[in-house]
Design a protein around this ligand. Structure first.
Ligand code: ADP
Length: 235
């Protein structure tokens, strides 16, 4: 069996003092899979994403490409998982787009020439190269979301985890983002309420409700079951 991109076993997470956000999660995602994580508000989707790069560490085990995530390995493993937050302003804080995308590779100590080449490649990938000198504050939300994705792509992670990537986008911004996500070769995990995005990008869907996985299977099958979707606040 090939090494899983993500392997989660018996993961439980409790926000202090007693809010159980995830309960006994078991999930295996193969390299290159595109998986949607859906569920009503409060289901635990963001909490689960935050476990993929060690922002949170719960009870149980999370393995990334075979390495168990622990406080000791989190720094190294973090480079393999690019986490894109729902709000781009949580990820963008530099005076220019270029500096924002260059921040992580510079911080990781990569040589300036390589940083520059990577930044250009990442901005090309998200279609934002011509905006490199602009302030992220002056971009549209769709453009900010693409730059936030570039800040993560620049580290060339094997796994991408995106929280509500289409939330708040206008129809064109949404279409462009979906087209971009469809081209990404990485393992992709999307937490979203956008079931059309799920249909277009993710052959597999995992449904979370109340911190528990209530379904995991082919997207066409899960999204075709209206009664099930309604029961979990999704239709
Ligand atoms: P989702 O992303 O599916 O909306 P979350 O992962 O944000 O769900 O939340 C899961 C549960 O954990 C919810 O009951 C939420 O209220 C709770 N929760 C989230 N963040 C915190 C926090 N910082 N402190 C306490 N409870 C939290």
């Amino acid at each position: 069996m090939t090494k899983a991109a993500v392997e989660i076993t018996h993961l439980t997470y409790v926000y202090p003092p007693d809010r159980v956000a995830l309960r006994e999660i078991n999930l295996r995602i193969a390299p290159g899979e595109h998986v949607a994580l859906v569920g009503p508000n409060g289901a635990g989707k963001s909490t689960l994403l935050w476990h993929l790069n060690g922002l949170l560490i719960g009870q149980g085990e999370v393995r990334i490409l075979g390495t168990p995530l622990t406080p000791q390995t989190a720094r190294r493993v973090r480079h393999q998982v690019g986490l894109v937050f729902q709000a781009p302003q949580d990820q963008l804080f530099c005076p220019t787009v270029f500096e924002d995308v260059a921040y992580a590779p510079l911080y990781a100590g990569l040589p300036p020439a390589e940083v520059e080449a990577r930044v250009r490649a990442a901005l090309d990938q998200v279609g934002m190269r011509t905006h490199a000198a602009r302030s992220p504050l002056h971009l549209s939300l769709g453009e900010q979301k693409r730059v936030a994705l570039a800040t993560v792509l620049v580290m060339q992670p094997a796994i991408l985890a995106l929280d509500e990537p289409t939330a708040g986008l206008d129809p064109r911004g949404r279409r462009e983002l979906i087209a971009l996500l469809q081209t990404l070769p990485q393992t992709l995990i999307l937490a979203t309420h956008d079931l059309d995005l799920v249909r277009r990008v993710c052959p597999r869907t995992v449904v979370l409700d109340g911190g528990v996985i209530v379904a995991d299977g082919p997207t066409a099958q899960i999204l075709g079951d209206t009664t099930f979707l309604l029961a979990h606040g999704l239709a």
